[in-house]
Write a protein of this length. Structure first.
Length: 421
């Protein structure tokens, strides 16, 4: 725990989470168990696509904007500001990034897209911190404003340029990508062998070293960077204190307004970077509607991760993976995952029974049996189910993880300077 003695670096001890947190070794065992179970399902069903290199590479690409949106939400909420406006800040990032990118190059587009997201964050900070407007109302208003503004500006900025239209920008030059030579081919060959667990692990690792954008690398690096800044620096300690007990922080000399403003602007910038990824990397152009609710899913990933960067990354990876099923062998792969879901539910029922929660165990077992019956009685699932899978997974994961969550104590609560006097 960081300990300091003066008013510029106050001693603050945010409350510890009330629920039990998984240690790193236990978490790694859980991940390994889930991967082993997935491998078993792959062998039983013959759905090799659920863990191949291409699937994992696509999942990583789809996870990045979700993870950046969630990371933006984490910065804001650790300072006590709920940021429902992540969707709008993503939209601003897509538009500003593509607008600057096709004119002055992709890296300029990245910078301008981040600035666009920061503008959304600044607006949210002014409304919520200075004028004390309800955070949810402000966030929804920003989402609507961003959608309306970009829809109005797109025809003015893009029509008349080659490839541009009222709903689409001209193409943006690629930022470039890299593949680790030798290692990528070796992992792909190992993945093609179809061995239990080893081939699945090779597919997972292969997706991390094959056709990776430089922006993906930056996004991954931001996760440990966020953890280090917020949990290992005096700046991070003061910022988190504003989300736990702003009155106590103010009494020790922390400028609460300043830290809330900084946190929400950084939040907007991270979401803007996620938007840039969508309009320059995932697609080389801005396209109206391309955000498609990723800001909300990013918020869900943050909650699933218990307001921690590592958990957020796992949540973003999970949602990115389910989203990737729409693009690669969706019906076959989702059908195979029904068996995985049934097995997980049965294991969960056994665990609940061991803990003597018999009613919950019985309900979980019945649901698991129904999912297994669905899998056994069909050969494929409708395309509508494939499209809805990421959103269903979002709701299910949040429901299952709700009991262990602990948000910052003052998250979303109104605060006025001097209110503790």
């Amino acid at each position: 725990m960081t300990t300091v003695t003066d008013l510029n670096q106050p001693t603050l001890r945010p409350a510890a989470p009330t629920g039990r947190r998984l240690s790193l070794p236990v978490l790694m065992l859980v991940i390994a168990g889930a991967l082993a179970l997935t491998s078993l399902v792959r062998i039983i069903t013959g759905a090799d696509g659920i863990t191949n290199v291409s699937q994992m590479s696509t999942a990583l690409q789809l996870a990045v904007p979700i993870g950046l949106a969630g990371l933006g939400g984490l910065w804001a909420e650790r300072a006590g500001v709920v940021n429902i406006g992540l969707e709008g800040m993503l939209i601003l990032g897509t538009w500003f990034g593509a607008w600057a990118g096709f004119q002055w190059g992709p890296w300029t587009g990245v910078l301008v897209g981040i600035i666009g997201g920061c503008l959304g964050g600044l607006l949210h900070a002014i409304v919520t911190v200075t004028f004390n407007v309800n955070h949810i109302v402000s966030g929804v208003a920003i989402n609507i404003l961003a959608l309306g503004a970009t829809r109005y500006l797109a025809p003015l900025a893009f029509e008349g340029h080659q490839g541009g239209s009222a709903k689409q920008s001209p193409a943006v030059e690629s930022l470039g990508q890299f593949t680790v030579p030798g290692l990528s081919d070796w992992l792909r060959d190992l993945n093609d062998q179809g061995w239990f667990l080893i081939s699945d692990l090779a597919g997972l690792l292969g997706g991390l070293v094959t056709n990776v954008s430089w922006l993906t690398l930056i996004a991954i690096a931001l996760i440990p960077a966020t953890w280090w800044i917020l949990w290992r620096t005096a700046f991070g300690l003061r910022l988190r204190s504003c989300g736990e007990n702003p009155v106590a922080a103010e009494s020790l000399g922390v400028n609460v307004y300043k830290y809330k403003y900084l946190a929400v602007i950084i939040s907007g910038g991270l979401a803007g970077l996620g938007g840039v990824f969508l309009s320059i990397v995932a697609n080389p152009f801005y396209l109206e509607g391309q955000v498609s609710g990723r800001g909300y899913i990013g918020l869900a990933a943050m909650i699933f991760g218990n307001w921690m960067p590592g958990g957020l990354a796992i949540g973003a990876g999970l949602f990115g993976y389910t989203d990737s099923l729409n693009l690669r062998g969706g019906s076959e792969n989702v059908h195979a995952l029904l068996l995985l879901a049934a097995l997980l539910l049965i294991i969960g029922a056994i665990w609940l029974a061991v803990r003597k929660k018999y009613v919950k165990a019985g309900i979980t077992l019945v649901i698991g049996a129904l999912v297994f019956a669905w899998y056994a009685g069909t050969n494929e699932v409708p395309n509508q189910v494939v499209s809805a899978t990421p959103y269903v997974i979002t709701l299910v994961v949040l429901a299952l993880s709700a009991q262990r969550l602990r948000m910052p104590k003052a998250d979303g609560m109104p605060y006025r300077k001097g209110q503790g006097k």
